[in-house]
Design a protein around this ligand. Structure first.
Ligand code: ADP
Ligand code: F6P
Length: 324
């Protein structure tokens, strides 16, 4: 347990995610209601090192719960990975009387929070990433919105793909994590889902599958690629020439990372933001708020970072069983 806090800082770090604003709002308003001061640190650890720090009140977070992105901006900061940067970060927190810090981001951002906790700044992390790839939690801020945006876009591509009796390769975000691709694979009824965690790069099998499915009356063929599996445009060309089926590639990209958060992202991010402040008020430090088995819980950062998780095999198999 760390010491009790008087002033809470809040920052967003790594890739932005819809719902981060809801979390910031909850942090600010819960802290103020508890009689604490709140400072917003802009552009993640970059802003901390540049002392881009602003006072926040209840009005600073008006009209943001429905907005995607993050009003505090976000950035990646290489200097903060080095011990000297972390020493300076802790000094700057002390200079601005920030004795508790809420860090909204992914595993990289949590390592920064851990470094500050070791230097005497009480820290709590909130899982903010559209990728769902944080091991200690079943939910990450932004995933629900990103997967719904991706699913709706794929529905639209499917309409035109069916009309033209084409094959469509649709690439969704997730360089190292296939959760968005897998959920869309099932939710959009795709014929193939290619994710880095499982794909064996056997394109010949996919080609044979397309030829086989056409023989049994399939009018279109949807392949959902997670971003990390490779160049979808090049794959479309190869598949078209091998199967004779017209093929188009669509990359949804960052469009899935923006937009108004869903109800789940607004509500869970709000609950997590409030819990982060409650933990700091209890004197906790070096914790991550998580959602596990239907409850909001918290873990030591070291323990959380040592956890691993994998794609749900049942869901992966289901995506195959239902694509007939
Ligand atoms: P995410 O938080 O989404 O995993 P990154 O891995 O890009 O995103 O990390 C975000 C930021 O967190 C980095 O730019 C850096 O400032 C900080 N960070 C990452 N790794 C470390 C580390 N090992 N020690 C301290 N800070 C780190
Ligand atoms: O936020 C996670 C993520 O969107 C990944 O899915 C993606 O690979 C990466 O960030 C893209 O990062 P950038 O915004 O730097 O292109």
């Amino acid at each position: 347990m760390g010491n009790k806090v008087n002033t809470i800082g809040v920052l967003t770090s790594g890739g932005d995610a819809p719902g981060m604003n809801a979390a910031i709002r909850a942090v600010v308003r819960t802290a103020l209601a508890n009689g604490l001061k709140v400072k917003g640190i802009r552009r993640g650890y970059n802003g901390l090192l540049e002392e881009d720090i602003i006072d926040m009140d209840n009005r600073s977070v008006s009209d943001i719960i429905q907005r995607g992105g993050t009003i505090l901006y976000t950035a990646r900061c290489l200097e903060f990975i080095k011990p000297e940067g972390q020493d300076r970060g802790a000094e700057i927190c002390r200079k601005h009387n920030i004795d508790g810090l809420v860090v909204i981001g992914g595993d990289g951002s949590f390592k920064g929070a851990q470094a500050l906790a070791r230097r005497g700044i009480n820290t709590v992390g909130l899982p903010g990433t559209i990728d769902l790839d944080i091991a200690c939690t079943d939910y990450t801020i932004g995933f629900d919105t990103a997967v719904n945006t991706s699913m709706e876009t794929i529905d639209k591509v499917r309409d035109t793909s069916t009309s033209h009796e084409r094959c469509s390769i649709i690439e969704v975000m997730g360089r190292n994590a296939g959760y968005i691709a897998l959920w869309c694979g099932i939710g959009n009824g795709a014929e193939e889902v290619l994710i880095t965690e499982r794909y064996d790069y056997n394109e010949q099998r996919i080609i044979e599958n397309i030829i086989e499915k056409r023989k049994i009356g399939k009018k279109h063929f949807i392949i959902i690629n997670a971003e990390g599996v490779g160049d979808s445009y090049a794959m479309a060309k190869r598949i078209e020439s091998a199967t004779g089926m017209e093929t188009r590639a669509t990359i949804i990209g960052h469009a899935a990372r923006g937009g108004s958060p869903t109800a789940i992202d607004r509500l869970y991010a709000s609950a997590m933001g409030a819990k982060a402040v409650d933990l700091l008020c209890e004197g906790a430090s070096n914790r991550i708020v998580a959602y596990k088995e239907g409850k909001f819980v918290d873990y030591d950062i070291e323990e959380a970072l040592s956890m691993t998780k994998d794609i749900d095999q049942y869901l992966y198999d289901l995506s195959k069983r239902l694509s007939r």
